[in-house]
Write a protein that binds this ligand. Sequence first.
Ligand SMILES: Cc1cc2nc3c(=O)[nH]c(=O)nc-3n(C[C@H](O)[C@H](O)[C@H](O)COP(=O)(O)OP(=O)(O)OC[C@H]3O[C@@H](n4cnc5c(N)ncnc54)[C@H](O)[C@@H]3O)c2cc1C
Length: 415
Amino acid sequence: MTNRIVVLGGGTGGTLAANRLRRDLGDEVVITVVDQDDDHLYQPGLLFVPFGLSRPQDLVRSRPAQLHDGITYRTADIERVDLGAEQVLLSDGVTLAYDVLVVATGARLLPEETEGLTGPGARETVHTFYDLDGATALEGALSRFTGGRLVVNVVDMPIKCPVAPLEFCFLADWYFTERGIREQVELIYVTPLDAAFTKPVAARTLSGLLAEKHVELVTEFNTGEVDGTGGRLVGYDGREVPFDLAVVVPLHGGAAYVDRSPGLGDEFGFVPTDKHTLQSTAAPNVFVIGDAAAIPTSKAGSVTHFEGETIARNVVRFLAGEALDASFDGHTNCFIESGFGKAMLIDFNYDTEPLPGHYPSGVGLPLLSPSRLNHLGKLMFAWFYWHSLLPGRDVPGLTAAMPTAGKHMPVPTRS
Ligand SMILES: Cc1cc2nc3c(=O)[nH]c(=O)nc-3n(C[C@H](O)[C@H](O)[C@H](O)COP(=O)(O)OP(=O)(O)OC[C@H]3O[C@@H](n4cnc5c(N)ncnc54)[C@H](O)[C@@H]3O)c2cc1C
Protein backbone atom coordinates (compact mmCIF):
# COMPACT_ATOMS: atom_id res chain seq x y z
CA MET A 1 0.00 0.00 0.00
CA THR A 2 1.23 3.51 -0.77
CA ASN A 3 1.95 5.46 2.41
CA ARG A 4 0.26 8.82 2.90
CA ILE A 5 2.27 11.75 4.27
CA VAL A 6 0.34 14.86 5.27
CA VAL A 7 2.38 18.03 5.84
CA LEU A 8 0.60 20.73 7.86
CA GLY A 9 1.88 24.16 6.81
CA GLY A 10 3.38 25.26 3.51
CA GLY A 11 5.87 27.78 4.92
CA THR A 12 9.63 27.28 5.23
CA GLY A 13 9.61 23.92 7.03
CA GLY A 14 6.59 22.34 5.34
CA THR A 15 7.84 23.22 1.86
CA LEU A 16 11.40 22.00 2.33
CA ALA A 17 10.33 18.84 4.19
CA ALA A 18 7.79 17.93 1.49
CA ASN A 19 10.35 18.54 -1.27
CA ARG A 20 13.02 16.45 0.46
CA LEU A 21 10.53 13.61 1.07
CA ARG A 22 9.35 13.68 -2.55
CA ARG A 23 12.97 13.47 -3.72
CA ASP A 24 13.83 10.67 -1.27
CA LEU A 25 10.66 8.58 -1.59
CA GLY A 26 9.29 9.38 -5.05
CA ASP A 27 6.06 7.54 -5.90
CA GLU A 28 6.40 5.27 -2.85
CA VAL A 29 4.34 7.87 -0.97
CA VAL A 30 1.51 10.33 -1.58
CA ILE A 31 2.42 13.73 -0.13
CA THR A 32 -0.21 16.38 0.61
CA VAL A 33 0.69 19.85 1.89
CA VAL A 34 -2.00 22.01 3.53
CA ASP A 35 -1.83 25.74 4.15
CA GLN A 36 -4.44 28.40 4.82
CA ASP A 37 -3.40 30.63 1.90
CA ASP A 38 -1.37 30.58 -1.30
CA ASP A 39 1.15 33.32 -0.47
CA HIS A 40 4.58 32.19 0.70
CA LEU A 41 6.21 35.13 2.50
CA TYR A 42 10.01 35.43 2.80
CA GLN A 43 9.87 36.55 6.45
CA PRO A 44 13.53 37.65 6.85
CA GLY A 45 12.76 40.37 4.28
CA LEU A 46 10.24 41.99 6.66
CA LEU A 47 13.12 43.63 8.55
CA PHE A 48 14.06 45.71 5.50
CA VAL A 49 10.55 46.91 4.51
CA PRO A 50 10.19 49.71 7.14
CA PHE A 51 13.49 51.22 5.96
CA GLY A 52 12.52 51.17 2.29
CA LEU A 53 15.19 48.53 1.59
CA SER A 54 12.74 45.81 0.43
CA ARG A 55 9.48 46.11 -1.46
CA PRO A 56 6.59 44.10 0.04
CA GLN A 57 5.62 42.65 -3.34
CA ASP A 58 9.11 41.19 -3.79
CA LEU A 59 8.81 39.06 -0.64
CA VAL A 60 5.78 36.98 -1.65
CA ARG A 61 5.59 34.06 -4.09
CA SER A 62 3.06 31.33 -4.83
CA ARG A 63 3.15 28.49 -2.26
CA PRO A 64 2.30 25.62 -4.62
CA ALA A 65 4.94 26.86 -7.10
CA GLN A 66 7.62 26.10 -4.46
CA LEU A 67 6.61 22.42 -4.30
CA HIS A 68 8.11 19.72 -6.52
CA ASP A 69 5.91 18.02 -9.12
CA GLY A 70 3.93 15.14 -7.68
CA ILE A 71 3.12 16.88 -4.36
CA THR A 72 -0.54 17.74 -3.82
CA TYR A 73 -1.29 21.20 -2.43
CA ARG A 74 -4.55 22.07 -0.61
CA THR A 75 -5.61 25.53 0.51
CA ALA A 76 -7.64 25.15 3.71
CA ASP A 77 -7.64 26.08 7.37
CA ILE A 78 -6.66 23.16 9.59
CA GLU A 79 -9.48 22.51 12.04
CA ARG A 80 -7.86 19.81 14.18
CA VAL A 81 -5.78 16.66 14.26
CA ASP A 82 -7.28 13.42 15.56
CA LEU A 83 -4.22 11.50 16.72
CA GLY A 84 -6.20 8.35 17.53
CA ALA A 85 -7.88 8.12 14.12
CA GLU A 86 -4.71 9.38 12.33
CA GLN A 87 -6.71 12.02 10.50
CA VAL A 88 -6.59 15.77 9.90
CA LEU A 89 -9.88 17.64 9.69
CA LEU A 90 -9.96 20.72 7.48
CA SER A 91 -12.36 23.66 7.80
CA ASP A 92 -13.89 22.89 4.38
CA GLY A 93 -15.11 19.56 5.76
CA VAL A 94 -12.42 17.42 4.09
CA THR A 95 -10.69 14.73 6.17
CA LEU A 96 -7.14 13.68 5.34
CA ALA A 97 -5.96 10.31 6.63
CA TYR A 98 -2.21 9.93 7.17
CA ASP A 99 0.42 7.30 7.89
CA VAL A 100 2.92 10.02 8.79
CA LEU A 101 2.07 13.56 9.82
CA VAL A 102 4.61 16.40 9.57
CA VAL A 103 3.65 19.43 11.66
CA ALA A 104 5.10 22.63 10.18
CA THR A 105 2.57 25.28 11.15
CA GLY A 106 5.09 27.65 12.71
CA ALA A 107 4.39 30.31 15.31
CA ARG A 108 1.46 32.75 15.44
CA LEU A 109 1.50 36.40 16.54
CA LEU A 110 -0.82 37.06 19.50
CA PRO A 111 -1.00 40.89 19.83
CA GLU A 112 -4.49 40.64 21.40
CA GLU A 113 -2.90 38.94 24.44
CA THR A 114 -1.24 42.22 25.53
CA GLU A 115 -3.46 44.93 26.95
CA GLY A 116 -3.71 47.92 24.63
CA LEU A 117 -1.58 46.49 21.83
CA THR A 118 -4.46 46.29 19.35
CA GLY A 119 -6.32 49.26 20.89
CA PRO A 120 -6.16 53.04 20.30
CA GLY A 121 -2.85 54.06 18.74
CA ALA A 122 -2.34 50.78 16.86
CA ARG A 123 -0.87 51.56 13.43
CA GLU A 124 -0.50 55.20 14.56
CA THR A 125 1.98 55.36 17.43
CA VAL A 126 2.28 51.57 17.90
CA HIS A 127 3.60 49.35 15.13
CA THR A 128 5.21 45.99 14.39
CA PHE A 129 7.34 44.70 11.52
CA TYR A 130 6.57 41.02 12.23
CA ASP A 131 3.91 40.73 9.52
CA LEU A 132 3.66 42.17 6.03
CA ASP A 133 0.86 44.67 6.72
CA GLY A 134 2.62 45.86 9.85
CA ALA A 135 6.02 46.25 8.16
CA THR A 136 4.39 48.16 5.29
CA ALA A 137 2.52 50.53 7.62
CA LEU A 138 5.69 51.07 9.66
CA GLU A 139 7.55 52.27 6.56
CA GLY A 140 5.10 55.19 6.37
CA ALA A 141 5.32 55.89 10.10
CA LEU A 142 9.13 55.91 10.06
CA SER A 143 9.25 58.23 7.06
CA ARG A 144 6.97 60.69 8.92
CA PHE A 145 8.97 60.45 12.16
CA THR A 146 11.02 63.59 12.66
CA GLY A 147 12.29 63.07 16.20
CA GLY A 148 11.49 61.84 19.70
CA ARG A 149 11.63 58.50 21.53
CA LEU A 150 11.48 55.37 19.36
CA VAL A 151 11.08 52.30 21.57
CA VAL A 152 11.62 48.75 20.25
CA ASN A 153 9.96 46.25 22.57
CA VAL A 154 9.87 42.45 22.76
CA VAL A 155 6.82 41.51 24.84
CA ASP A 156 8.00 38.00 25.74
CA MET A 157 10.07 35.07 24.48
CA PRO A 158 10.08 32.90 22.46
CA ILE A 159 9.85 34.94 19.27
CA LYS A 160 10.78 34.20 15.68
CA CYS A 161 14.33 35.27 14.87
CA PRO A 162 15.25 36.68 18.31
CA VAL A 163 17.95 38.92 16.81
CA ALA A 164 15.53 40.71 14.43
CA PRO A 165 14.45 43.42 16.97
CA LEU A 166 18.14 44.17 17.64
CA GLU A 167 18.76 44.41 13.92
CA PHE A 168 15.83 46.84 13.75
CA CYS A 169 17.62 49.09 16.30
CA PHE A 170 20.90 48.99 14.36
CA LEU A 171 19.14 49.77 11.06
CA ALA A 172 17.14 52.58 12.72
CA ASP A 173 20.43 54.16 13.86
CA TRP A 174 21.67 54.00 10.24
CA TYR A 175 18.33 55.20 8.79
CA PHE A 176 18.03 58.31 10.97
CA THR A 177 21.73 59.11 10.42
CA GLU A 178 21.13 58.96 6.64
CA ARG A 179 18.16 61.30 7.05
CA GLY A 180 20.33 63.69 9.07
CA ILE A 181 18.08 63.57 12.16
CA ARG A 182 19.87 60.96 14.34
CA GLU A 183 20.56 63.62 17.02
CA GLN A 184 16.79 64.23 17.34
CA VAL A 185 15.95 60.54 17.84
CA GLU A 186 16.36 58.58 21.07
CA LEU A 187 16.49 54.83 20.44
CA ILE A 188 15.53 52.48 23.28
CA TYR A 189 15.56 48.65 23.23
CA VAL A 190 13.24 47.11 25.85
CA THR A 191 13.56 43.36 26.42
CA PRO A 192 12.25 40.82 28.94
CA LEU A 193 15.73 39.22 29.00
CA ASP A 194 18.43 40.18 31.51
CA ALA A 195 20.76 41.12 28.63
CA ALA A 196 20.61 42.01 24.93
CA PHE A 197 20.52 38.31 23.98
CA THR A 198 20.24 34.91 25.62
CA LYS A 199 23.79 33.60 25.05
CA PRO A 200 26.47 35.31 27.22
CA VAL A 201 29.27 35.85 24.67
CA ALA A 202 26.88 37.14 21.97
CA ALA A 203 24.99 39.20 24.60
CA ARG A 204 28.23 41.01 25.55
CA THR A 205 29.04 41.78 21.90
CA LEU A 206 25.48 42.92 21.11
CA SER A 207 25.25 45.10 24.26
CA GLY A 208 28.55 46.70 23.21
CA LEU A 209 27.15 47.40 19.75
CA LEU A 210 23.95 48.93 21.20
CA ALA A 211 26.07 51.21 23.43
CA GLU A 212 28.35 52.15 20.51
CA LYS A 213 25.27 53.20 18.51
CA HIS A 214 23.75 55.04 21.49
CA VAL A 215 20.77 52.72 21.82
CA GLU A 216 19.60 52.59 25.44
CA LEU A 217 19.07 49.03 26.75
CA VAL A 218 16.22 48.35 29.22
CA THR A 219 16.29 44.75 30.51
CA GLU A 220 13.98 42.46 32.51
CA PHE A 221 10.95 44.47 31.38
CA ASN A 222 7.78 42.37 31.18
CA THR A 223 5.28 44.42 29.20
CA GLY A 224 1.81 44.36 30.78
CA GLU A 225 0.25 47.17 28.75
CA VAL A 226 0.97 49.18 25.64
CA ASP A 227 -0.73 52.56 26.01
CA GLY A 228 -0.81 53.95 22.47
CA THR A 229 -2.59 57.19 23.26
CA GLY A 230 -0.60 57.92 26.44
CA GLY A 231 2.64 56.86 24.70
CA ARG A 232 4.00 54.45 27.34
CA LEU A 233 4.84 50.82 27.92
CA VAL A 234 3.77 49.69 31.38
CA GLY A 235 5.62 46.77 32.94
CA TYR A 236 4.07 44.22 35.30
CA ASP A 237 6.44 45.58 37.98
CA GLY A 238 5.02 49.12 37.55
CA ARG A 239 7.95 50.53 35.57
CA GLU A 240 7.02 52.74 32.61
CA VAL A 241 8.89 53.46 29.37
CA PRO A 242 7.57 56.52 27.48
CA PHE A 243 7.57 56.58 23.67
CA ASP A 244 6.58 58.70 20.70
CA LEU A 245 6.71 55.67 18.40
CA ALA A 246 6.71 52.05 19.59
CA VAL A 247 7.79 49.07 17.48
CA VAL A 248 6.48 46.02 19.34
CA VAL A 249 7.17 42.33 18.74
CA PRO A 250 3.99 40.67 20.06
CA LEU A 251 3.70 37.51 22.10
CA HIS A 252 4.02 34.31 20.01
CA GLY A 253 2.11 31.04 20.33
CA GLY A 254 1.58 27.93 18.24
CA ALA A 255 -1.15 27.53 15.60
CA ALA A 256 -4.73 27.71 16.93
CA TYR A 257 -5.72 24.19 15.75
CA VAL A 258 -3.07 22.69 18.06
CA ASP A 259 -5.24 23.68 21.07
CA ARG A 260 -8.20 21.92 19.44
CA SER A 261 -6.21 18.69 18.91
CA PRO A 262 -6.17 16.69 22.16
CA GLY A 263 -2.72 15.42 23.09
CA LEU A 264 -0.82 17.28 20.38
CA GLY A 265 0.49 20.49 21.95
CA ASP A 266 1.58 22.22 25.15
CA GLU A 267 -0.20 25.15 26.85
CA PHE A 268 1.37 27.61 24.36
CA GLY A 269 0.25 25.66 21.29
CA PHE A 270 3.75 24.38 20.50
CA VAL A 271 4.31 20.67 19.94
CA PRO A 272 6.54 18.74 22.41
CA THR A 273 9.21 17.06 20.31
CA ASP A 274 12.37 15.02 20.79
CA LYS A 275 15.11 17.62 20.23
CA HIS A 276 17.46 15.17 18.47
CA THR A 277 15.08 13.05 16.31
CA LEU A 278 12.28 15.63 15.73
CA GLN A 279 9.67 12.96 16.46
CA SER A 280 6.79 14.38 18.49
CA THR A 281 6.10 13.02 21.94
CA ALA A 282 2.38 12.88 21.00
CA ALA A 283 2.61 9.90 18.61
CA PRO A 284 5.46 8.03 16.90
CA ASN A 285 4.15 8.82 13.39
CA VAL A 286 4.04 12.59 14.03
CA PHE A 287 7.21 14.61 13.28
CA VAL A 288 7.69 18.35 13.81
CA ILE A 289 9.83 20.88 11.94
CA GLY A 290 10.44 24.59 12.44
CA ASP A 291 8.89 27.09 14.82
CA ALA A 292 6.02 24.75 15.78
CA ALA A 293 8.38 22.49 17.76
CA ALA A 294 8.76 22.96 21.51
CA ILE A 295 12.52 22.41 21.52
CA PRO A 296 15.29 24.66 22.92
CA THR A 297 16.44 26.18 19.62
CA SER A 298 15.90 29.65 18.18
CA LYS A 299 12.77 29.92 16.06
CA ALA A 300 14.64 30.60 12.82
CA GLY A 301 14.59 29.62 9.18
CA SER A 302 18.20 28.44 9.43
CA VAL A 303 17.25 25.99 12.19
CA THR A 304 14.28 24.83 10.10
CA HIS A 305 16.63 24.29 7.16
CA PHE A 306 19.09 22.23 9.22
CA GLU A 307 16.21 20.21 10.70
CA GLY A 308 15.12 19.29 7.15
CA GLU A 309 17.89 16.71 6.77
CA THR A 310 16.98 14.94 10.03
CA ILE A 311 13.23 15.00 9.55
CA ALA A 312 13.39 13.60 6.00
CA ARG A 313 15.82 10.88 7.07
CA ASN A 314 13.65 9.95 10.05
CA VAL A 315 10.37 9.80 8.14
CA VAL A 316 12.07 7.43 5.67
CA ARG A 317 13.46 5.33 8.54
CA PHE A 318 10.12 5.32 10.36
CA LEU A 319 8.31 4.03 7.26
CA ALA A 320 10.99 1.36 6.83
CA GLY A 321 10.64 0.30 10.48
CA GLU A 322 14.25 1.33 11.24
CA ALA A 323 15.72 3.11 14.28
CA LEU A 324 15.59 6.92 14.08
CA ASP A 325 18.62 9.14 13.60
CA ALA A 326 19.19 11.20 16.77
CA SER A 327 21.83 13.53 15.36
CA PHE A 328 20.10 16.93 15.20
CA ASP A 329 22.32 19.15 17.36
CA GLY A 330 20.26 22.37 17.45
CA HIS A 331 22.47 24.07 14.84
CA THR A 332 21.51 27.76 14.43
CA ASN A 333 23.10 30.27 12.10
CA CYS A 334 22.01 33.93 11.98
CA PHE A 335 23.22 37.01 10.17
CA ILE A 336 22.68 40.11 12.31
CA GLU A 337 22.38 43.28 10.24
CA SER A 338 24.36 45.92 12.13
CA GLY A 339 23.76 48.95 9.89
CA PHE A 340 25.95 50.96 7.49
CA GLY A 341 26.29 48.00 5.09
CA LYS A 342 27.65 45.56 7.66
CA ALA A 343 26.37 42.48 9.49
CA MET A 344 27.54 40.05 12.13
CA LEU A 345 27.17 36.28 12.01
CA ILE A 346 26.48 33.93 14.91
CA ASP A 347 26.59 30.14 14.79
CA PHE A 348 25.75 27.85 17.69
CA ASN A 349 23.93 24.69 18.80
CA TYR A 350 22.40 23.10 21.91
CA ASP A 351 25.81 22.72 23.58
CA THR A 352 28.02 25.46 22.09
CA GLU A 353 27.17 29.13 22.45
CA PRO A 354 28.00 31.65 19.68
CA LEU A 355 31.80 32.02 19.62
CA PRO A 356 34.22 34.27 17.72
CA GLY A 357 36.26 32.94 14.79
CA HIS A 358 35.16 32.13 11.23
CA TYR A 359 32.37 30.10 9.56
CA PRO A 360 32.27 27.39 8.27
CA SER A 361 36.07 27.03 8.57
CA GLY A 362 39.16 29.14 9.32
CA VAL A 363 38.87 31.03 6.00
CA GLY A 364 35.08 31.66 6.05
CA LEU A 365 32.84 34.50 7.17
CA PRO A 366 33.84 36.37 10.34
CA LEU A 367 31.83 35.41 13.43
CA LEU A 368 30.60 37.91 16.03
CA SER A 369 32.14 40.88 14.28
CA PRO A 370 30.45 43.35 11.89
CA SER A 371 31.69 42.95 8.31
CA ARG A 372 30.69 43.87 4.77
CA LEU A 373 31.03 40.21 3.75
CA ASN A 374 28.34 39.14 6.23
CA HIS A 375 26.02 41.89 4.98
CA LEU A 376 26.40 40.54 1.44
CA GLY A 377 25.73 37.05 2.88
CA LYS A 378 22.49 38.33 4.46
CA LEU A 379 21.36 39.85 1.16
CA MET A 380 22.24 36.68 -0.78
CA PHE A 381 20.25 34.60 1.67
CA ALA A 382 17.00 35.60 -0.12
CA TRP A 383 18.20 33.99 -3.36
CA PHE A 384 19.45 30.97 -1.45
CA TYR A 385 16.04 30.67 0.31
CA TRP A 386 13.98 30.42 -2.88
CA HIS A 387 16.44 28.44 -4.99
CA SER A 388 18.18 26.09 -2.60
CA LEU A 389 16.65 25.97 0.87
CA LEU A 390 12.98 25.57 -0.14
CA PRO A 391 13.69 23.02 -2.92
CA GLY A 392 15.46 20.98 -0.22
CA ARG A 393 18.90 20.91 -1.84
CA ASP A 394 21.99 19.88 0.09
CA VAL A 395 24.51 22.72 0.04
CA PRO A 396 28.21 21.83 0.35
CA GLY A 397 29.69 23.46 3.48
CA LEU A 398 26.24 24.23 4.92
CA THR A 399 25.49 21.10 6.86
CA ALA A 400 23.04 20.30 9.63
CA ALA A 401 25.85 19.54 12.09
CA MET A 402 27.42 22.70 13.53
CA PRO A 403 31.03 23.05 12.31
CA THR A 404 33.71 23.65 14.94
CA ALA A 405 36.62 24.32 12.55
CA GLY A 406 37.46 28.03 12.56
CA LYS A 407 35.84 28.72 15.93
CA HIS A 408 37.80 29.94 18.92
CA MET A 409 36.62 27.26 21.31
CA PRO A 410 36.91 28.12 25.01
CA VAL A 411 39.88 26.51 26.75
CA PRO A 412 38.54 24.03 29.34
CA THR A 413 39.36 25.21 32.87
CA ARG A 414 41.07 22.77 35.25
CA SER A 415 39.26 22.03 38.43
C1 LIG B 1 10.66 39.72 11.00
C2 LIG B 1 11.26 38.35 10.86
C3 LIG B 1 12.58 38.22 10.48
C4 LIG B 1 13.15 36.95 10.37
N1 LIG B 1 14.47 36.86 10.02
C5 LIG B 1 15.06 35.65 9.92
C6 LIG B 1 16.43 35.55 9.53
O1 LIG B 1 17.10 36.54 9.22
N2 LIG B 1 16.97 34.30 9.49
C7 LIG B 1 16.25 33.18 9.81
O2 LIG B 1 16.81 32.08 9.77
N3 LIG B 1 14.94 33.26 10.18
C8 LIG B 1 14.33 34.46 10.24
N4 LIG B 1 13.01 34.55 10.59
C9 LIG B 1 12.29 33.35 11.06
C10 LIG B 1 11.81 32.44 9.95
O3 LIG B 1 11.06 33.14 9.00
C11 LIG B 1 10.96 31.33 10.59
O4 LIG B 1 11.68 30.75 11.66
C12 LIG B 1 10.64 30.24 9.58
O5 LIG B 1 9.84 30.76 8.57
C13 LIG B 1 9.95 29.07 10.30
O6 LIG B 1 9.42 28.16 9.38
P1 LIG B 1 8.10 27.34 9.74
O7 LIG B 1 7.85 26.45 8.59
O8 LIG B 1 8.25 26.76 11.08
O9 LIG B 1 6.96 28.43 9.86
P2 LIG B 1 6.34 29.33 8.70
O10 LIG B 1 7.31 29.53 7.59
O11 LIG B 1 5.83 30.55 9.39
O12 LIG B 1 5.14 28.47 8.12
C14 LIG B 1 4.04 28.10 8.88
C15 LIG B 1 2.87 27.91 7.93
O13 LIG B 1 1.78 27.28 8.60
C16 LIG B 1 0.58 27.84 8.10
N5 LIG B 1 -0.50 27.63 9.07
C17 LIG B 1 -0.50 27.95 10.38
N6 LIG B 1 -1.67 27.63 10.94
C18 LIG B 1 -2.43 27.06 9.99
C19 LIG B 1 -3.75 26.53 9.94
N7 LIG B 1 -4.54 26.49 11.01
N8 LIG B 1 -4.21 26.05 8.76
C20 LIG B 1 -3.45 26.07 7.63
N9 LIG B 1 -2.18 26.56 7.63
C21 LIG B 1 -1.68 27.07 8.78
C22 LIG B 1 0.92 29.31 7.88
O14 LIG B 1 0.06 29.93 6.94
C23 LIG B 1 2.37 29.25 7.41
O15 LIG B 1 2.47 29.25 6.00
C24 LIG B 1 12.38 35.80 10.66
C25 LIG B 1 11.03 35.93 11.00
C26 LIG B 1 10.47 37.19 11.09
C27 LIG B 1 9.00 37.33 11.47
